[in-house]
Design a protein around this ligand. Structure first.
Ligand code: AMP
Length: 114
């Protein structure tokens, strides 16, 4: 059994509110949403973060971004706009070390982020 909580969601060992899935990515609602729409898009293959990405991971990273696009379309937030955030490492506030893109929408998002 994997120690990675997101790998365990991919393996259906723990539940999640899944909104999108294909061969490459899984997307599910964040447990503690910070926007009316807050979904995490993760690659099914484990990688800790962008920091650890290799050039050969270019397709995996692309699938995460296209997954974010598909999620925004499915949730009906694409036209209004949405933010895609990837936290990398402690200073960025990353808490789960399985790469994930936050898709945030449904309210006006300030810039710069905190
Ligand atoms: P980050 O701080 O960028 O690493 O984001 C991790 C996110 O994962 C946080 O927003 C958490 O609320 C979310 N999270 C942690 N565990 C779960 C889970 N089991 N299901 C859904 N979201 C989770």
């Amino acid at each position: 059994m994997s120690a990675c909580i997101f790998c365990r969601i991919v393996a259906r060992e723990i539940p999640a509110d899944i909104v999108h899935e294909n061969d490459h990515v899984l997307a599910f609602r964040d447990l503690r949403p910070v926007a009316p729409s807050h979904v995490l898009v993760i690659p099914k293959r484990h990688i800790d973060s962008v920091r650890e990405a290799e050039t050969d991971d270019v397709e995996l990273l692309g699938h995460v971004m296209i997954g974010a696009r598909d999620v925004a379309q499915k949730l009906g937030v694409a036209a209004g706009g949405y933010r895609v955030v990837v936290n990398n490492g402690d200073d960025a506030g990353q808490t789960v070390f399985h790469l994930h893109a936050h898709v945030l929408a449904g309210r006006s998002l300030v810039w710069p982020p905190g």
